[in-house]
Design a binder for this molecule. Structure first.
Ligand code: SF4
Length: 388
């Protein structure tokens, strides 16, 4: 069963659109980055309520006997604290009578599963993201990532979720859920849902991690997108050069953006923090191949990692017109890696911010557009044909 459907059962009998409390309406649920229930407060505050098992000392905005509820903003802006509290309390009140049954159902999902690579089926694939003014979908054919970058913050959400569904606790980077029916679900959703830009989501999984070579789910999703009339903009970022296998499909899409995450120019640093990702020279070679194929390109620099800054800005400016910057979001599995005397300074929040500002300035000076949002400005400005 789709984990999302089990999670939604926590607030049953309410279904999407129903009120959980006065002024608090259910919008949906997600299990891509931990357990999350989304509500709309007073018709204007979108709040993601994160649901996790209660633990001693755990911060929370509301709790029940077995669960803790916290909130985070639905978009780039900070969420109104009062709206966040109301959202958490409404979800907690709805969940209290149902949590025992739902936790049992979740635990059943993983019982007896020993394989680190699970085949799962989903009932929904496209996840609504962004702010009400700048909507887009994320698309994840896989959840979990075999590239296993040490600093990847997905592990802080997915590792505990595996505990709840009683899957073996194994290291980040060694497990992945393969959403085997993703292309079929995508085809149905493209017929039913409002047309919006689609971002293959490298936050929870890289769309070109090694298993894609064998399973081909990302490729099949691109085939579905290339076959629909007036396809929406599609953006794919990756740390793998397997993306070059799909140049034919990227070319077939009228508005495809592709590119790489490149947090440093120093491949020794890359090998330390991202041992199973493509080398830095391979990522720049990938960008050149995308350019030769006529594909629009972007780069994400996240997190900031040590290495020469001005040469990085030069290399980026030579290969792309636009770059997104992001800082480290916690060390997660990279605590020991950042403790290495060579890299200790770079785990510091102040260093991350200073480096991001210095890189931004160096890029702007070279005529590169720097964006801090989830999508490049050109995609954010996109409107469906009917609205143009
Ligand atoms: S490639 Fe992306 S999703 Fe995969 S481990 Fe690295 S940062 Fe996480």
């Amino acid at each position: 069963m789709d984990l999302r459907d089990i999670l939604l059962d926590l607030v049953a009998p309410a279904t999407v659109g129903d009120a959980l409390a006065p002024g608090v309406h259910l919008r949906g649920a997600s299990t891509e980055l931990g357990f999350r229930i989304t509500v709309l407060v007073d018709g204007r505050h979108e709040v993601h309520v994160e649901v996790s098992p209660r633990a001693p000392g755990q911060p929370h905005a509301a709790r029940t006997d077995k669960l803790a509820f916290t909130y985070r903003s639905g978009g780039a802006e900070r969420v109104d604290p009062q709206a966040g509290m109301r959202a958490c309390r409404a979800v907690a009140a709805a969940a209290a009578p149902r949590e025992t049954a739902v936790l049992s159902a979740l635990a059943e999902e993983g019982r007896g599963e020993a394989s680190r690579i699970r085949e799962v089926e989903v009932t929904r694939l496209l996840e609504l993201a962004g702010t009400p003014e700048r909507r887009f979908y994320t698309l994840s054919p896989y959840v979990g990532c075999l590239i296993g970058c040490r600093f990847c913050y997905a592990q802080s959400r997915l590792d505990p979720m595996r505990g709840v569904i009683r899957l073996p606790q194994v290291p980040w980077g060694s497990y992945v859920d393969v959403r085997v029916n993703a292309p079929e679900v995508l085809a149905a959703e493209l017929r039913e849902l409002r047309r919006l830009p689609i971002k293959f989501c490298p936050i929870v999984s890289d769309p070109y991690q090694a298993i894609e070579r064998r399973v081909g789910l990302t490729r099949r999703c691109l085939e579905v997108l290339a076959a629909v009339p007036d396809p929406p903009p599609v953006m794919i970022m990756t740390r793998s050069d397997l993306i070059l296998r799909d140049l034919d499909l990227l070319r077939a899409l009228p508005e495809a953006w592709a590119g790489a995450s490149i947090p440093t120019l120093d491949d020794t640093v890359r090998a330390h923090f991202e041992p199973r990702a493509a080398s830095i020279p391979a990522r720049f070679a990938m960008l050149r191949a995308l350019r030769e194929a006529g594909i629009r390109r972007g780069v994400v620099v996240q997190p900031m990692l040590p290495g020469p800054l001005e040469p990085l800005a030069d290399a980026l400016a030579e290969h792309v017109d636009s770059v997104s910057l992001g800082v480290l979001r916690g060390e997660h599995g990279a605590v020991a890696d950042f403790a290495d005397p060579r890299y200790q300074h770079s785990g510091d929040e102040a260093w991350q911010k200073e480096r991001a500002i210095a890189l931004r300035d160096a890029l702007v000076a070279r005529g590169v557009t720097v964006w801090l949002s989830e999508l490049p400005p050109e995609i954010e400005a996109w409107r469906p044909a009917a609205a143009r």
